[in-house]
Design a protein around this ligand. Structure first.
Ligand code: ADE
Length: 257
């Protein structure tokens, strides 16, 4: 069973790409899809580029041409909940598109003709991602992210929560924009630019989805600075640390069945 692993940016994918025992490399629509084995699992890895259209097109291609049976999106996000700090991990429960507004034809946030305003991550994947992210923080974080990188980034006692995610085609980097997203999607813990679009594609194709995001910034003034540093120094280490454990657990659970 092939799993599609998506990130938005090459920096978020590069350690996963490095660990992958590569078999094929196929280019489609300007994106490179790397197929191979990681932690005993067959996967297709791709970075979609940022934004909802790029992510949706990539997810649909993973489903149609690579026949993936599930998709996991891993990357960074800006915090919306005030108790979240840089380095904390959010595993998606429901995914929303905070910029969907076809009113007055449809209620604000409702996806036209689908009669829904949010999409659920698959609960089994969600719970497994949470367990693996916790395991990573417990026994891998210090070695795999490193004390000096985490001190430089101001990461202290990171934790994992399950929460809603708001996606939209806007990098949120001001107090006013952050509050506007919070008022539209009050349940959202964090904001990013792809998850809600991939969730729609997975919903329409009946493909199970999981999304795991590390908080890179506070989605307020200066978010772009924190974002840039985090993406450069830590995003890929979190991504590999969590995904490796997730895939290993998939293999050991399957052999125990
Ligand atoms: N991804 C990471 N940080 C973000 C932010 N502040 N806004 C949108 N997407 C993000």
């Amino acid at each position: 069973m092939t799993i599609g692993i998506m990130t938005a940016m090459p920096e978020e994918a590069h350690l996963l790409a490095h660990e992958l025992k590569r078999e094929t490399e196929r280019v489609h629509g300007g994106r490179t899809y790397y197929t191979g084995e990681l932690a005993g699992h067959r996967i297709v890895l791709v970075f979609s580029r940022m934004g909802k259209v790029a992510a949706a097109a990539t997810a649909q291609h993973l489903i149609d041409s690579h026949k993936v049976r599930s998709i996991i999106f891993t990357g960074v996000a800006g915090a919306l909940r005030p108790d979240l700090r840089i380095g904390d991990i959010v595993v998606a429960d429901r995914l929303w598109q905070h910029d969907m507004d076809a009113s007055p034809l449809y209620p604000l946030l409702e996806i036209p003709l689908l009669h829904v305003s949010s999409f659920a991550a698959q609960s089994g994947i969600r719970d497994r991602l949470k367990a693996c992210a916790e395991q990573f923080l417990r026994d891998g974080f210090e070695a795999e992210v490193g004390a000096s990188a985490s001190a430089d980034l101001g990461i202290r006692d990171p934790r994992v929560i399950i929460g809603d995610i708001a996606s939209g085609d806007r990098f949120i980097a001001s107090h006013a924009d952050r509050e506007s997203v919070r008022s539209r999607v009050p349940s959202a813990a964090c904001v990013e630019m792809e998850g809600g679009a991939v969730a729609q594609v997975c919903y329409e194709n009946n493909i199970p989805l999981g999304v795991v995001r590390v908080i890179s910034d506070g989605a307020g003034d200066g978010a772009h600075v924190d974002f840039g540093t985090f993406v450069r120094d830590a995003a890929s280490r979190y991504g590999l640390g969590i995904m490796k454990r997730f895939l290993e657990r998939e293999v050991s659970d399957k052999s125990a069945r």
